[in-house]
Ligand binder design. Structure first.
Ligand SMILES: [Ca+2]
Ligand SMILES: [Ca+2]
Ligand SMILES: [Ca+2]
Ligand SMILES: [Ca+2]
Length: 299
């Protein structure tokens, strides 16, 4: 009788202990292993090769956004002083991250080389990685972004001379000087005015600080002048480039850093071209008249 009572007490205690353990387990918060991590580095890719080299430092303060693969935004963080970032995420789900370029930076090429932990994973335009599955307890630190400072392209320039083409042969020669105050206009090849200027006291002009691109120039002919013949002699440094009717040059390409100084035009005084009636006729009449008088005297 006593033995069966003790058995009963033990049985009750066992059930109570097991039930308590089950209750404790059920009431525990989700363990750390239910989470995963995704990260972890943004670096300054000094040689722009898309690989993390030893001398290339992390970039701090870069904003990184976390998304679910359906595009739902989840949260953001910024990289620390070593360029590191990490997101704690629910495990067994798909995610992607998006890196935001700091001012003046561009993304390195992605997926260069064979080592995923050393390459860049950000799309060069969107800054987003592909989707990746994070399992419970996973620490996936392969999601990095390389970026480097964009160099300011060197400005281009064009010029530079409007001259008085005394013999109207379309070639700059000794003794032919520049013409000051001539208006010169710079256009894109699609016809958009970019800038205008006038030639200086010695006939020179220039447009500086230009973006690389395709341009043309229009010279505005001052009253009393005609344009010298275009593209004469085969030496672009001393020929004239303005169309004799429109004053417009052909389109030319300026690359970054170019200084194209051969866009010139000769001008010829139009009154020299066709002398007006009195300037020829009066001396001619005088000469003929004098010749007639001498002849009569001889007779
Ligand atoms: Ca590199
Ligand atoms: Ca990687
Ligand atoms: Ca000449
Ligand atoms: Ca020329």
């Amino acid at each position: 009788m006593l033995r069966s009572k003790n058995d009963h007490i033990w049985k009750t205690i066992k059930i109570a202990v097991i039930a308590s353990i089950v209750l404790i387990l059920l009431s525990l918060p989700a363990s750390a292993c239910d989470h995963g991590y995704i990260g972890d580095r943004v670096w300054n890719d000094l040689d722009k090769d898309g690989k993390q080299d030893r001398n290339e430092p992390g970039l701090s303060g870069v904003k990184v956004n976390l998304y679910k693969c359906d595009g739902t935004y989840l949260k953001n963080t910024t990289t620390d002083s070593a360029g590191k970032y990490i997101f704690k995420v629910d495990g067994r789900k798909n995610y992607y991250v998006e890196f935001e370029l700091p001012e003046g930076f561009v993304f390195s090429p992605r997926d260069r080389g064979s080592k995923d932990y050393k390459d860049s994973d950000a799309d060069e335009v969107s800054g987003r990685t592909i989707c990746t599955y994070i399992s419970k307890g996973e620490y996936d630190c392969r999601w990095d972004a390389g970026m480097y400072e964009e160099e300011e392209p060197e400005p281009a320039a064009v010029g530079n001379f409007v001259w008085l083409d005394g013999n109207n042969n379309g070639i700059q020669e000794n003794g032919e000087s520049g013409i000051p105050g001539v208006i010169v206009e710079l256009y894109t090849c699609s016809g958009q005015l970019v800038a205008n200027t006038t030639t200086d006291g010695t006939g020179f002009y220039e447009f500086t600080g230009l973006d690389a691109g395709d341009y043309k120039i229009v010279f505005i002919k001052p009253t009393g002048y005609v344009f010298a013949p275009v593209l004469q002699g085969g030496d672009p440094s001393v020929d004239s480039d303005a169309d004799t009717t429109t004053g417009e040059t052909v389109c030319f390409t300026l690359n970054a850093g170019d200084y194209y100084d051969m866009v010139d035009t000769g001008l010829f005084r139009s009154e020299q071209e066709i002398p007006e009636f009195p300037t020829v006729a009066i001396p001619m009449i005088a000469i003929l008249g004098m010749a007639f008088v001498f002849r009569r005297r001889k007779e």
